[in-house]
Ligand binder design. Sequence first.
Ligand code: SME
Length: 161
Amino acid sequence: MSEPISIPSLVTEKKEKYESLLPQIHALVEGERDLIANLANIMSALKYGLNFFWVGIYFVKNEELVLGPFQGPVACVRIGYGKGVCGTCWKKAETIVVPDVDAFPGHIACSSESKSEITVPVFKNEKVVAVIDVDSHILNDFDSTDAHYLENISKLIETLL
Ligand code: SME
């Protein structure tokens, strides 16, 4: 049985939360080779560790993004290249921070509760093969700290593919 993810209640700074969470996520996937199981656990650890509204991963499949393991309310299954925040992240092959989803042209609203968003590409052989998507119910909830640590998670996922 795996250990529950825990972040000491005294830890309030986002950077410290990620610092506490990251080794636990690495430990969670260590020794387990099943990709879906590992991704499901990573998404759960991020959602509940950092209290996000929605955390998931979309995979590039046949020229579109298709929903993979996630934690949160049901979401859009397919997203085209260059469409929405996720499709733009795929096209630009870079992390995108969206402080206000309503101000992002073409944003795809899976839930009206999502207010801000960050998307991070996952690479394999220098090509984008997946996009990590995190939504918050708070406006302007993401910054360079999230980008830094989620890019770290992206690199971990790359090693699992
Ligand atoms: N908002 C995303 C769609 C995915 S959901 O947020 C889970 C987008 O614009 O691509």
